[in-house]
Write a protein that binds this ligand. Structure first.
Ligand SMILES: Cc1ncc(COP(=O)(O)O)c(C=O)c1O
Length: 329
């Protein structure tokens, strides 16, 4: 699938602009390989370690691009967002770098470690109920009261462009890859990755990895429209959002397929990342490896053509409390 002429919320030039804007603030993340994981999967795997990004996830790229795109007058009023974690921490950190206030609406069920990151980076935490509706309404109230600029976690061209800078780096580090596997939730990450990658190499395959318990993207692709779910149930706490009006057209047109995996497969992949790669990933971050190792991918007709696979390890913010406690017993 090639990038067609339809106007999307971002494009290769906005992604290149984002790279120029954020490159002095972000880490260029390493690309790791493992002969052991190649042997287990039967494929050459290239792990783009966004868990080493500042703030512990790729989200800092988009947040930084959005915040440093604001003019001084807008920036002075601060920024507001709603997020279950990684975007929240990323926005708080980017706001701190610009010297402005960030108001972060967080649902009550967010993982503790992610809330701590927001506080550490100086974000002002405002609690909401767990539903998307409550999160959005609370953020709108804060926006109206403060005049802060709303920076949506994924449904925003500046965010999509920032996330797309991953592909620019990845295709410089491994120009020969034929496939990229990307975790999907609201679709900001995969939209940027797919736009940049397919603009550079139209033949490249971009696959989404999604938990079975939050498989709205797979259902949306099948239905040809945005499908939302009454509830989601997955260990991958970063992958519970639904596609938005800006991410959906890109996902619809440029994502070749969605591979769904269950939580057992995610946890197994996460363990392999720790044991073999020695990399701390969170469940949402390990899902790309889970997809590569899943039966649903291996029985997919595309599998035979996927030989050099880029996997985005999208984040590493995992609550280690339980694991740590087990050591001190
Ligand atoms: C670690 C991690 N991976 C992937 C995603 C999915 O990103 P997006 O919502 O842009 O699809 C998220 C979103 O929060 C995340 O935190």
């Amino acid at each position: 699938m090639e990038v067609n002429k339809e106007k999307y919320a971002a494009d290769l030039s906005s992604i290149k602009e984002a790279r120029a804007r954020i490159s002095s603030f972000i880490h260029k993340t390493p690309l790791m390989t493992s002969e052991s994981l190649d042997a287990i999967s039967g494929r050459r795997l290239f792990f783009k370690c966004e868990c080493f990004q500042k703030g512990g996830a790729f989200k800092f790229r988009g947040a930084c691009n959005a915040i440093f795109s604001l003019d001084d007058q807008q920036a002075a009023k601060g920024v507001v967002t709603h997020s279950s974690g990684n975007h929240a921490a990323a926005l708080a950190l980017a706001a701190k770098l610009r010297g402005i206030t960030s108001y972060i609406v967080i649902p009550k069920n967010a993982p503790q470690c992610k809330v701590q990151h927001v506080v550490r980076y100086g974000g002002q935490v405002i609690w909401s109920e767990t539903t998307i509706k409550s999160r959005e309404e609370t953020a709108t109230t804060v926006q109206q009261e403060t005049g802060a600029a709303l920076i949506h976690p994924y449904n925003d061209g500046r965010i999509i462009s920032g996330q797309g800078t991953i592909s620019l780096e990845l295709l410089e580090q491994a120009p020969h890859i034929d496939t990229i596997i990307v975790p999907i939730s609201g679709g900001g990450l995969i939209s940027g990755v797919a736009l940049a990658a397919k603009s550079i190499n139209p033949a490249i395959r971009v696959l989404a990895a999604e938990p079975k318990g939050a498989n709205d993207a797979a259902q949306s692709k099948a239905a040809g429209r945005i499908v939302t779910l009454p509830e989601t149930n997955t260990v991958a706490d970063g992958l519970r959002a639904f596609l938005g009006e800006f991410t959906w057209p890109i996902v619809r047109d440029l994502v070749d397929d969605v591979i769904t995996v269950d939580d057992t497969e995610i946890i197994k992949a996460m363990r392999l990342c720790y044991e073999i790669l020695k990399v701390a990933v969170e469940p949402s971050g390990a899902i790309g490896l889970a997809a590569v190792l899943s039966d649903s991918f291996r029985t997919n007709p595309a599998w035979k053509d996927c030989n050099q696979i880029g996997i985005i390890l999208s984040g590493g913010n995992v609550d280690l409390e339980v694991l740590w406690n087990s050591f001190s017993k």
